[in-house]
Design a protein around this ligand. Structure first.
Ligand code: ADP
Ligand code: MG
Length: 471
C-alpha cells in the first residue's frame, strides 16, 4: 500500500494544516488520543478515505467527532462531505501507541488483489450498521412512503425494482438502505456500497482485466444497495458496462435499491437510458421533517441514548423545544445537536440552559454563519479595544495592538468555519502559522487571565447575538 499521496492530492488538501485545525478545534487531548491516528489515504471528489488502526478508534471518532471533523475538512475543501474509513492495523499510529493488533497481514493490501480485494473492501467500507434499523426509524408524513417501500422490499423481494429513494442530505436515506441490508443479510447475499466505491472497483477491474470476476461477483448478489448514486459518473464505455451489469442483475431478479440527492431525471453526467432504468421501478422522495417528526425523533434518540448510558438523560423541555424548532434542515443535524448536548451534560455534569445550548449549537443555528464574518469580528473587536481597523491590520507590534489582533484572529477561528490560511488572508495576508500562534496564545491566556476571559465571552456574545448592552 502506498503511503505517500501523490502531488496532485496534496495540492488539493493540506493534511498537516487540517491537523493543526483539529488540534485547535478539539484540543490537544482529543487530538493526541484519537484524531492523530487518522491517516489520509485517498482524496475523491466528495470524500476522503482515511485509515485508522482499529475499529474501536473508528467507532469512537465517528460517534463523537465526525460532524466536526468533516466541518474542519470542509473549510479546506468544501466539496468533501463524507469520510470513508478503512481499518489498517499496520498504520504507523498503532506502533507508537502500543495498541494490541495484528501485525501487518501480508495478504491484506496488495494493490493487485482481485475479487477478494473487492470483498474485503466491501466489508471494511460498508459494514452494515446494526443501529440503523427499521425499528428506530421514526415515521412521519415526510418519510412514510420511503419507509413503507423499503420495508416492502424486505418482505417481498422484487415488488419494486429498482427502488429509488431521494432527498437532501441527512434525511434518512442511508439509514433506510442500511435497514434493508440488515434485515436481508442473513438469508440473502447483500452488497451495500456507495456509488463512488462501486465505480472505483468497476474502473479498477476494467483496468486490470478483471471484469469477468467483477461481474461474477455482482451476478451473485441478490440485493444490491447503492448509496448516493449522484456521485456515479464516468466515461461512455464505463457507463455502457454499468448499464449491462445493472440490467443483468434486474433480469435475474436481484433487488436493487438506489439513493440519491435528486430524482433520476436530474442526475447529471448519466446516460438517459440509465436514468430511465433507475426510474423504471418506484421513485420516492423524503421531504424535510416537520416539527412533529423532529420532536418525535429527538424523543426517540434521547431514550436510545439513555438506555445506552444506563441512566436517563435529563434535558429540559425548553432546550428540547429549542432544538426542534431551530434545527430544521436535516435529521442528521438534529441528531448531531442532541449528541452535543448530551456530551455537554456528561462533561460538565449538568444540563445546559438555553443560553449554553445556543453556544454549544452555535454553528448549527442560523444565527451563526450568516452574520458572523471576519470583517464583522474585526469591527466589533476594534471598537471594543478602541483601536482603528488600520491599526489592527497593520504590521505594528505594539502591545496594545497585538492583543486585540490576536483576539480577533482567535474569534475568527472559533466563530467562523474559515480555514487558517483564509483567516490569515483577512488579516493583511498573515501566514497561517501566525494564525495558529494567536489562537494558541489566547487559548492559554483564557485559562490564566480571568479578565481577558470575560472580555472574550462578552465579545463572543456581541458577535453572535449582537447584544450591545453586554459590552
Ligand atoms: P442521508 O443518507 O439521507 O444523508 P442518513 O440516513 O445518514 O441521511 O441520516 C442521518 C442521521 O439521521 C442518521 O443518524 C440517521 O440514523 C438519522 N435519521 C434520519 N432519519 C431518521 C428517522 N426518521 N428516524 C430516526 N433517525 C433518523
Ligand atoms: Mg447518506
Amino acid at each position: 500500500m502506498k503511503n505517500s499521496l501523490n502531488q496532485k492530492t496534496s495540492e488539493i488538501l493540506n493534511w498537516e494544516l487540517i491537523q493543526e485545525d483539529f488540534k485547535i478545534k478539539f484540543g490537544n487531548d482529543v487530538f493526541e488520543s484519537w484524531l492523530k491516528k487518522m491517516e489520509l489515504k485517498e482524496i475523491n471528489t466528495d470524500n476522503l478515505l482515511i485509515s485508522v488502526p482499529t475499529r474501536f478508534i473508528r467507532d469512537w471518532i465517528t460517534s463523537r467527532y465526525l460532524d466536526n471533523v468533516i466541518q474542519v475538512i470542509k473549510s479546506h475543501n468544501k466539496n468533501i462531505n463524507r469520510i470513508e474509513f478503512k481499518i489498517n492495523p499496520s498504520s504507523k499510529a498503532i506502533y507508537s501507541n502500543g495498541d494490541i493488533a495484528n501485525k501487518n497481514n501480508p495478504n491484506s493490501s496488495t494493490e493487485d488483489a482481485n475479487i477478494t480485494f473487492i470483498k474485503d473492501s466491501f466489508i471494511q467500507y460498508n459494514r452494515i450498521d446494526p443501529n440503523r434499523n427499521f425499528q428506530n426509524f421514526v415515521i412521519g408524513p415526510s418519510n412514510s412512503l420511503a419507509y413503507e417501500a423499503s420495508k416492502k422490499i424486505t418482505e417481498n423481494t422484487s415488488s419494486y425494482n429498482p427502488l429509488y429513494l431521494y432527498s437532501g442530505v441527512g434525511m434518512g436515506k442511508t439509514h433506510l438502505l442500511n435497514a434493508i441490508g440488515l434485515k436481508l443479510k442473513n438469508n440473502k447475499k447483500v452488497l451495500f456500497i456507495s456509488a463512488e466505491r462501486f465505480m472505483y472497483h468497476f474502473v479498477k477491474s476494467i483496468k486490470s482485466n478483471e471484469m469477468i470476476k467483477f461481474k461474477d461477483y455482482f451476478r451473485n448478489t441478490d440485493v444490491l444497495l447503492i448509496d448516493d448514486i449522484q456521485f456515479m459518473n464516468g466515461k461512455e464505455a464505463l457507463q455502457e458496462e454499468f448499464f449491462h451489469t445493472f440490467s443483468a442483475l434486474l433480469e435475474k431478479g436481484s433487488q436493487i435499491v438506489l439513493t440519491a440527492d435528486r430524482p433520476p431525471n436530474k442526475l447529471s453526467r448519466i446516460q438517459e437510458r440509465i436514468k430511465s432504468r433507475f426510474s423504471g421501478g418506484l421513485v420516492v422522495d423524503i421531504q424535510n421533517p416537520d416539527l412533529n417528526l423532529r420532536s418525535e425523533i429527538l424523543k426517540n434518540k434521547l431514550s436510545e441514548l439513555s438506555v445506552l448510558n444506563g441512566k436517563s438523560i435529563d434535558i429540559t423541555k425548553d432546550v428540547q423545544n429549542f432544538i426542534c424548532s431551530e434545527i430544521k434542515s436535516s435529521v442528521r443535524e438534529l441528531v448531531g445537536a442532541l449528541n452535543r448536548i448530551v456530551s455537554f451534560t456528561r462533561i460538565y455534569n449538568k444540563t445546559p440552559n438555553l443560553s449554553e445550548t445556543r453556544i454549544i449549537l452555535k454553528d448549527l443555528l442560523n444565527i451563526s454563519e450568516k452574520n458572523v464574518t471576519i470583517d464583522n469580528i474585526q469591527t466589533i473587536v476594534c471598537k471594543y479595544f478602541k483601536i482603528s481597523k488600520n491599526e489592527m491590520l497593520s504590521s505594528r507590534r505594539s502591545r496594545y495592538l497585538v492583543r486585540p489582533r490576536q483576539t480577533a484572529i482567535y474569534l475568527a477561528k472559533m466563530l467562523t468555519s474559515k480555514s487558517l490560511p483564509e483567516i490569515g488572508r483577512c488579516f493583511s495576508n498573515r501566514d497561517h502559522t501566525t494564525v495558529i500562534h494567536s489562537v494558541k496564545t489566547i487559548e492559554k491566556l483564557r485559562k490564566e487571565d480571568n479578565e481577558l476571559n470575560l472580555k472574550i465571552d462578552t465579545l463572543k456574545n456581541k458577535i453572535l447575538y449582537n447584544k450591545e448592552d453586554e459590552i
